[in-house]
Design a protein around this ligand. Structure first.
Ligand code: ATP
Ligand code: MG
Ligand code: FE
Length: 334
């Protein structure tokens, strides 16, 4: 099966060709990070405009590099949501135009299922599995009993993990996107500050990061008021330790609850070095195989959309030319 995937849900314009859901033939990404940095975050209107500029070039680049002919493709898969509506529309309309022009089926994809399927480039998935999705907009524990089946068994009650990283980075004066900057700064510090861990009710698999966020911000203000020099590296390390500990423990509880054969980690925060090492250690201790994508497949890309789209294609999921982007698409419908 040869699928062209297209992704424009946030600030990456991306296209990729994937074979059998497991082999990347090409993977083109145009990131807008440098453009949005001066605003301190993604500006939706600016993102849409740049997607319009890039979409044609990126799709051509993905096709050229793949050495696959349009006539050899089986389908075009595109991110339908969730994401920024104006940004989604550019990808959806581009995909519709290409599907129509080349007489190819159109397969709608849920962005988060893409993040999960980035793991299939590392190893074949085995079910049941637990996927921890930690990205800029999501923090979810997803139970999968087979390909293309998603049951959310835990979710955040306030901020997403990536959002918390970005906000704390801003408090510490680090530029957007803050996650990678905190990760790097934390390596120079120690997790000596005792920030809270939100376990919530006994047995709950939900997350909450707003209390931690307030605790860090209050700590910074108090230190400043007392005229102390801020040890930003220690603050970053302590914040990261709190996030990581909760993510890892809840993921392992979920995995044991469903007798998971695998644990997957997905989304931008799975690039975090402490989350990766602590998850590896915990999974090894319990003897549960763990998959985490290589760094460049953790953040937004279209190879993962093509990989999830392959499953949708084989299940018979199709969209016609009335397909529309949807900012708040539910994963259970996929
Ligand atoms: P969603 O996938 O929920 O729609 P998104 O696509 O914007 O949101 P991703 O691209 O998956 O999110 O991930 C971006 C997020 O990952 C940002 O919040 C960023 O700060 C965070 N991130 C990236 N690298 C790291 C890292 N090394 N440590 C912590 N966070 C990181
Ligand atoms: Mg992004
Ligand atoms: Fe994403």
């Amino acid at each position: 099966t040869l699928i062209l995937g297209i992704e424009t849900s946030c600030d990456e314009t991306a296209a990729a060709v994937v074979e059998n859901g497991t082999v990347i033939r090409s993977n083109a990404v145009a990131s807008q990070i440098d453009i949005h940095r001066r605003f301190g975050g993604v500006v939706p209107e600016v993102a849409s405009r740049h997607h319009v500029d890039q979409i044609t070039v990126i799709c051509e680049e993905a096709m050229d590099k793949s050495e696959v002919a349009w006539s050899d493709l089986d389908a075009i898969a595109v991110t339908q949501g969730p994401g920024l509506i104006g940004a989604l529309l550019v990808g959806v309309n581009g995909a519709k135009a290409l599907a129509y022009a080349h007489g190819l089926p159109l397969v709608p994809v849920h962005h988060i299922t893409g993040h999960i399927y980035a793991n299939r480039f590392v190893r074949e998935l085995e079910f049941p599995l637990i996927a921890l999705v930690v990205s800029g907009g999501h923090t979810e524990l997803v139970h999968m009993s087979q390909h293309g089946s998603y049951e959310v068994i835990g979710t955040t009650r306030d901020d997403a993990a990536g959002e918390a990283f970005d906000k704390i980075a801003r408090t510490l004066g680090l530029p957007y996107p803050g996650g990678p900057k905190i990760d790097r700064l934390a390596k120079k510090g120690k997790p000596v500050i005792d920030f809270p861990r939100a376990w919530l009710e006994e047995g709950s698999l939900d997350f909450s990061f707003s209390g931690l966020k307030s605790a860090v911000i209050n700590y910074v203000h108090n230190e400043q008021q007392r005229g102390h020099d801020l040890n930003a590296a220690d603050i970053a390390a302590s914040f990261q330790a709190s996030v990581s500990e909760v993510l890892v423990k809840k993921t392992l509880i979920a995995a044991e609850r469903v007798h998971a054969k695998q644990i997957l980690v997905a989304g931008g925060v799975s690039a975090n070095s402490v989350v990766r090492t602590e998850m590896e250690q915990a999974a090894r201790t319990r003897g549960i195989p763990l998959i985490i994508p290589p760094l460049k497949l953790c953040t937004d890309n279209a190879a993962m959309i093509a990989a999830s789209g392959t499953i949708g294609f084989l299940k018979g999921t199709r969209a016609d030319l009335s397909l529309n982007g949807k900012a708040n698409l539910a994963i259970e419908d996929f």
